[in-house]
Design a protein around this ligand. Structure first.
Ligand code: PMV
Length: 337
């Protein structure tokens, strides 16, 4: 039996603009998905998930997703989660050259689903890592990140960037620009996440930004401005002492850039009333800055704050279902057992 766990992430800067070739800087957070893989004697895959906001489910099938028409999948959310686990199993079989390998898989996650925190990437990264290790064919991190990207890409029909899967594999802060992905040295950034209990439709939101960009030159300029915010933020991180406590000046400057980034994202039409309320609640409570994270439309915001005040304020904010602190996860995917 092999257990691996991989972190979720927040976007410090750059979502949506990354689709148009601008850089983005996501950062891994200490909220993880754990996947257990136990090889079986047959080619069946049995998947059990406890905490994926799914009320728990168990599905057993043989072969790939295409070969399981008779499996009773209770809800669309379970169907989506199954798709990611199945894509991870396919990548592991391919990597280990074991096309008929079967597994008992258990997924336990404390990352809200589809809310901009990279839950599916964490499941895919931990799943491929656990399954390849269980087959005695562990992958190096670059290959693991690449295969996890391909798995997400397959499930999302081409609509995945490398940001989530690379960040979840490597941990810490990373920089993504097109196919170029590199770790970025970063101090111990203190995040607070506010979750509105919902999820945006990534495809629709990305398409909406695309339409604005076609229609208005200033929307294209807004996207470029997001890129400028990212480049400014990167330069601040490069000057900071890595892995230590961040200075008050750095927190203030990064926070200001996060506020700016949120304003640009709102201009591009991807914020929501719940997200704006949480962003303002965090700022009013003294956070250094706050922005939506991920596709937007609903889901999560991230605030930069080392005190408890923001978490408390968010938990009393209308529209916020859950608020929690999340330190930077310096370690990416790891073997637990
Ligand atoms: O909501 P998430 O974490 O899947 O992030 C989406 C980020 C976008 O830039 C909007 C799309 C993408 O694939 O980069």
């Amino acid at each position: 039996m092999t257990v691996c766990e991989a972190p979720g992430k927040v976007y410090l800067f750059g979502e949506h603009a990354v689709v148009y070739g601008e850089p983005a800087v996501p950062a891994a957070i200490e909220r993880r998905a754990a996947v257990t893989a136990e090889p079986r004697a047959d080619d069946h895959v049995r998947v059990e998930a406890e905490d994926l906001s799914l009320d728990g489910f168990t599905v057993e099938y043989s072969g790939g997703t295409d070969d399981r028409p008779d499996v009773d999948v209770p809800t669309p959310l379970v169907e989506a989660a199954m798709g990611y686990v199945d894509a991870a199993v396919r990548q592991a079989r391919d990597a280990a050259d074991a096309p008929d390998a079967g597994f008992d898989i258990t997924v336990e996650s404390d990352i809200p689903l589809g809310a901009g925190l990279g839950s599916s990437a964490a499941v895919v990264v931990a799943g491929i890592d656990a399954a390849t290790r269980a087959l005695g064919a562990p992958l190096d991190r670059r290959e693991l990140a690449d295969r996890a990207y391909r798995a997400e890409h397959d499930v999302q029909e081409g609509q995945a960037s490398r940001a989530d899967t690379f960040c979840s594999t490597m941990g810490g802060a990373v920089r993504v620009e097109g196919d170029d992905c590199e770790p970025v040295a970063a101090p111990n950034l203190p995040f607070v996440v506010g979750f509105d209990g919902g999820a945006g439709d990534t495809g629709k939101l990305v398409a909406g930004v695309g339409e604005l960009r076609e229609e208005y030159g200033f929307a294209a300029d807004t996207i470029e401005s997001v890129g400028d915010v990212v480049r400014t933020g990167e330069a601040l991180l490069a000057d900071a002492v890595p892995e230590g406590e961040p200075s008050p000046e750095l927190l203030a400057e990064l926070g200001e850039l996060m506020d700016f980034n949120h304003g640009l994202l709102a201009a591009l039409g991807v914020s929501a009333r719940s997200l704006d309320s949480m962003v303002w609640a965090a700022r009013d409570a003294g956070a250094h800055g706050a922005k939506l994270t991920g596709a937007g439309g609903g889901g999560c915001i991230v605030a930069l704050d080392a005190s408890d005040a923001t978490e408390t304020a968010l938990s009393f904010t209308q529209g916020c279902e859950e608020a929690f602190r999340a330190e930077l996860a310096t370690e990416g995917v790891r073997v637990v057992e």
